[in-house]
Design a protein around this ligand. Structure first.
Ligand SMILES: NC(=O)c1ccc[n+]([C@@H]2O[C@H](COP(=O)([O-])OP(=O)(O)OC[C@H]3O[C@@H](n4cnc5c(N)ncnc54)[C@H](O)[C@@H]3O)[C@@H](O)[C@H]2O)c1
Length: 236
C-alpha cells in the first residue's frame, strides 16, 4: 500500500491503459478519481472512487475537473486519440483534433495538475506519450507529432517544477486496447505492432506498472524522463 493516503487523478480512465492505471494506483492504496470523455463509472466502481466527465482538449472542462478533484498527489494523463491516415489525405481538422486531444490536452491537464499538486509535497505528474514519438510511422504523422510534443512538454515542465513536482512520461509500445484494434487501425498497421524484440504486444497492466513505479517512492530521483515499456521496440 505504498500510495496509502494519497489522492490521484487519471484521465482516459474509462478503459485501456487509463483504466488499468487507475486500478493499479487504487490497489496501491490511493484514492483515485477516474476522468474521461466517456463514462468512467465502471472504473470508479472497481476502484471505489469517483468518476468525472472531462474533455481534456477543452480548457473550461479541464478547469472544472480540477475544481471537483481538489488537492492531489498524482495525476496521470492517459486520454488520447489516434487517427491513421496517409499524410496527403489528412484534413487539417483531423490533424488539429489529434494535436488538440493529445498535446493541448496534456498541456491543459499539466497546468491544472501543477496547481493541484503544488501544496502537497513531492507531487507526481505522468504524461502518456507513445513509442511512435521515437520511431515515427507512415500514416500516423499527426499522432507521432503530438506524442513527440508530449515528450518535449515533459522535459520543459520537469525543469520548471523540480524539485517539488516530478514530471515524467511513459511512451508505451503496442498495448492491447481499443486503440490498437481493427476499430482504429488497418491490418497493415496492426501487423507491424508485434515487430519488437519480444515479439508481442503488451497488456494495459504492464503499462500501468510503469505508471505505478513513477507514482511511487522508487522514482523519487527521477524527473524529465520518458520510460518505454515497449517489448524492446524502443531502446534509448
Ligand atoms: N494502445 C497502444 O498501443 C498505445 C501505445 C502507445 C501510447 N498509447 C497511448 O496511451 C493512452 C491510452 O490509450 P489506450 O491505448 O488505453 O486507448 P483507448 O482508446 O482504449 O483509451 C483512450 C481513452 O481516452 C479517452 N479519451 C479520448 N479523447 C478524450 C478527451 N478528449 N477527453 C477525455 N478523454 C478522452 C477515451 O474515451 C478512452 O477512454 C493514449 O494517450 C494513447 O495515445 C497507446
Amino acid at each position: 500500500m505504498m500510495l496509502a493516503g494519497q489522492r490521484a487523478l487519471v484521465t482516459g480512465a474509462a478503459r485501456g491503459i487509463g483504466a488499468a492505471t487507475a486500478c493499479a494506483l487504487a490497489e496501491a492504496g490511493a484514492t483515485v478519481i477516474s476522468a474521461d470523455l466517456d463514462d468512467a463509472s465502471d472504473t470508479a466502481s472497481a476502484t471505489n472512487g469517483q468518476a468525472i466527465q472531462v474533455d481534456v482538449s477543452d480548457e473550461t472542462s479541464v478547469a472544472a475537473m480540477f475544481d471537483v478533484a481538489g488537492p492531489l498527489d498524482c495525476v496521470v494523463n492517459a486520454a488520447g486519440i489516434l487517427i491513421e491516415c496517409p499524410t496527403l489525405d489528412m484534413s487539417v481538422a483531423e490533424f488539429d483534433r489529434q494535436i488538440a486531444v493529445n498535446l493541448r490536452g496534456s498541456f491543459l491537464v499539466a497546468q491544472g495538475a501543477l496547481k493541484a499538486l503544488s501544496p502537497r509535497g513531492q507531487g507526481r505528474l505522468i504524461l502518456i506519450a507513445s513509442e511512435l514519438a521515437h520511431l515515427g510511422r507512415a500514416n500516423f504523422a499527426a499522432y507521432c507529432a503530438s506524442k513527440a510534443g508530449v515528450i518535449g512538454l515533459t522535459r520543459a515542465l520537469a525543469h520548471e517544477f523540480a524539485p517539488d513536482i516530478l514530471v515524467n512520461a511513459i511512451a508505451p509500445g503496442p498495448t492491447d486496447t481499443r486503440m490498437l484494434s481493427a476499430e482504429t487501425m488497418s491490418a497493415e498497421a496492426l501487423a507491424l505492432e508485434t515487430q519488437n524484440p519480444m515479439g508481442r504486444i503488451g497488456t494495459p497492466d504492464e503499462i500501468a506498472a510503469t505508471a505505478l513505479f513513477l507514482a511511487g517512492p522508487g522514482a523519487s530521483f527521477m524527473t524529465g524522463q520518458t520510460l518505454c515499456p515497449s517489448g524492446g521496440a524502443v531502446m534509448l
